[in-house]
Ligand binder design. Structure first.
Ligand code: GH3
Ligand code: MG
Ligand code: MG
Ligand code: MG
Length: 330
């Protein structure tokens, strides 16, 4: 089916002429006898193109044009106007009409060509917009895991810091690194390693709240950005993620393995007041997790010794031991 065109015209002979022409060309055509009726049909059918007269009873073509252009529609408008309305027609172009034609319509072929051209332009614009959107999406994604990439993380952290400063909010970052991942590649091959990394991203994503964002930070490292989290909630979230990974069997049908992850967390603004320092703090905490046995979570704010043994549901955050700021500045 070809495109949809709505003709709004109060003179029946012109309306009928246009209808039979455009219908004959295979377009899907709707008609209306005045602006108000036309707008109702516009809302009902969201046509690709409107051909509208200017002077009509009840509501004129300019009002129709204004309304169509204020809605964020892709509908194009061509104006049909009498000889005396040249100035109005030019105003219509300023309001966003594609073109105007004077009545009586002398050269129907010219009008038909304009119809074809505007519909082609519209379709190209829609395709281009979709492509730009697709490119924008690709530019912020990591191709292997489909997660947000390192570059987008930098943008998000900048935005998050600005927002936190403006509204007095806080946020938490959690660095996650797969333990002994080199062994996975060495034992099962790089392709299976890729498969594990992809699935690891999925498993972590499933455990997150919809407001959390996960990024592939680098090779076998991920970073989760969480807003407005209390310290106790951060610890709980980290443990939930570690548990989910530890309990999962990564299997592609032929090969299967299990892995663990180590994590390091840091709060903005409590642990660091800029992006680089914040990431460094989380990285240092992650390093401590690795140094102290892996499959662990460390956080700048806490002494996370024996963290795995604590039942956080029964403990209030005040029960968690805070590390003094001197001890924190490792
Ligand atoms: P650790 O517990 O200390 O983190 O040990 P590790 O082996 O995970 O760390 P190391 O930094 O020694 O090695 C990282 C490994 O991750 C080696 C590298 O080949 C692998 N890796 C990084 N990116 C990818 C990837 O995209 N695909 C695959 N298959 N492997 C990757
Ligand atoms: Mg009229
Ligand atoms: Mg690593
Ligand atoms: Mg690793």
């Amino acid at each position: 089916m070809r495109e949809t065109i709505l003709i709004i015209e109060d003179e029946d002979d012109i309306l009928n002429l246009l209808y039979s022409l455009l219908d004959g060309e295979g377009y899907r055509v709707f008609t209306a006898g005045n602006g108000r009726e036309g707008l109702a049909k516009f809302h009902e059918h969201t046509p690709d193109l409107i051909l509208t007269d200017v002077r009509m009873p009840v509501m004129d073509g300019i009002e129709v044009l204004r309304e169509v252009k204020t809605k964020e529609s892709d509908t194009e408008v061509i104006i049909l106007t009498g000889h005396s309305d040249e100035a109005t027609a030019i105003d219509c172009l300023r309001l966003g009409a594609y073109d105007y034609f004077r009545k009586p319509l002398e050269d129907i072929d010219v009008l038909l060509t304009a119809v074809e051209r505007v519909l082609e332009k519209r379709s190209l614009e829609i395709k281009n917009r979709a492509l730009v959107k697709q490119l924008e999406e690709l530019s912020i994604r990591d191709p292997l895991t489909g997660l947000y990439n390192y570059r987008y993380l930098q943008t998000c952290l900048d935005e998050e810091i600005e927002r936190s400063q403006r509204y007095g909010h806080s946020f938490f970052i959690l660095m996650i690194d797969a333990d002994h991942f080199k062994d996975v590649n060495d034992n099962y091959g790089h392709l299976f390693g890729d498969f594990v990394l992809k699935q690891l991203g999925e498993i972590i994503s499933l455990e997150l709240r919809s407001s959390d964002r996960i990024f592939r930070y680098g090779g076998e490292e991920f970073l989760v950005l969480m807003n407005e989290l209390t310290e106790a909630e951060a610890v709980k979230a980290a443990n939930r993620l570690m548990e989910a990974v530890r309990c999962h069997t990564f299997s592609n049908g032929e090969t299967s393995t299990q892995i663990t992850v180590s994590m390091g967390g840091a709060f903005y603004p409590a642990d660091a007041q800029d992006k680089i320092k914040l990431i460094k703090k989380a990285d240092q905490a992650l390093y401590r997790s690795k140094q102290t046995g892996r499959n662990r979570f460390e956080c700048c704010l806490y002494n996370c010794e024996n963290l795995m043994d604590i039942d956080y549901k029964k403990q209030s955050s005040s029960n968690l031991k805070l590390v003094s700021s001197a001890a924190r500045s490792t």
